[in-house]
Design a binder for this molecule. Structure first.
Ligand code: ZN
Length: 137
């Protein structure tokens, strides 16, 4: 498997605007994109730090994955995303190694990336995402 860096850290927030203010005014980062991912029932805001992004996730539906996460655990780190080359091959390798996949095949995530989630039961408790930017690679 060919992981290159942490692509982003996904953070569940209750209020996107207030959270953007914190990242901008307190931490001095700049929000460069806001995007709604209907598929996942979230609105996202992105910040860049080196090669890594911070992805804030606000639920647009209490029944969506982020809505449920916040209900159960409150705001906080939701998932860790690795940039990978050859996402299909990586998923095959993981499956062979007994890792439980949430997505057996990649789907489209924010920013047009191909993404797939691994189940936290197989990843020591961390919801893990693989991402590949096929426009770049
Ligand atoms: Zn993500």
């Amino acid at each position: 498997m060919n992981l290159s860096h942490i692509e982003h850290i996904g953070i569940a927030v209750k209020n996107l605007d207030e959270s953007i203010e914190y990242y901008q005014d307190v931490l001095g980062l700049k929000c460069y994109a806001i995007e709604e991912v209907k598929d996942q029932k979230v609105k996202t805001a992105f910040f860049m730090l080196g090669e890594t992004k911070i992805e804030l996730l606000e639920s647009t539906d209490p029944e969506g994955p982020i809505g449920k996460f916040i209900e159960k655990k409150g705001e906080g780190v939701h998932h860790l995303a690795f940039a990978v080359k050859g996402i299909e091959k990586a998923l095959g390798e993981l499956k062979d190694k007994g890792v439980r996949l949430i997505d057996e095949t990649p789907r489209k995530g924010a920013e047009g990336l191909d993404i797939a989630f691994l189940h936290p039961k197989s990843t020591k408790g961390v919801l893990t995402e693989l991402c590949e930017n096929k426009n770049k690679s």
